[in-house]
Ligand binder design. Sequence first.
Ligand code: PGA
Length: 261
Amino acid sequence: MSRDRCRYFGTNFKMHQTPAESAQFYVELAAMTGALEGVQLFVIPPCTSLATVVAASDGHRERIWIGAQNMYWAPEGAYTGEISGPMLAKLGVDLVLLGHAERREHFHETDVELNKKVLAGIACGLRVLLCVGETAEERSFGVGAETISRQLKIDLHHFPVEAVDRLLIAYEPVWSIGEGGVPANPADVEAAAKLIRAVLTDLLGPVGGVVPLLYGGSVNPGNAAGFAALPDIDGLFVGRAAWSVPGFRDTLDAALMDHQS
Ligand code: PGA
């Protein structure tokens, strides 16, 4: 993460944790990271925990955003089981995660649908953290760059440039995520980050070059520093390693080594 950029660091609980556990995590995290400056933290619990975490977040929200893992693009309607952007905004949520690899794979989210979700999330005032990344199969055919470009071009189609300060991108190669995931090589992450910046600049103009760009996929205290030091990476998006407060703190400390020195 280059020194002149704000740094971002957060975790997605996926389908884990009760409301009480999520709130306890948030409160303990706030206490453990109280003195930290210049770093934007975020926590993305399951939707059943959002109201409880929001209620527990008094006084810490500027430092530790609360995010939702998904939303539907329509503001309301006959869409049983779905949650809309305005519902999340009313709840007091700061951001919505869209396009996570698990949503794309298990729930067959398409880029065209994601485009509607991105625009809807932005329209109701939320920040959007959009995930992009190639699968192992796409990589094996040498079309990783094409996949990333396609995802960005479709997902961000007609993105309103005036709302660019509410957009964050996470590069998460699918083969690096979760159990059995293989951490990426930092040099490959930097190449992907440069590509993402170029596509964002094409799509959004010069402001595309300063959209926060996070890396995610099997990040842990042992490899966080290598990703965090990359010139085009502004933050880390962590799963398993940050699901306990000490794990979150250890991974964050490793990522911030160059920042604090
Ligand atoms: P992981 O998850 O750190 O457990 O690989 C990352 C993610 O799914 O964003």
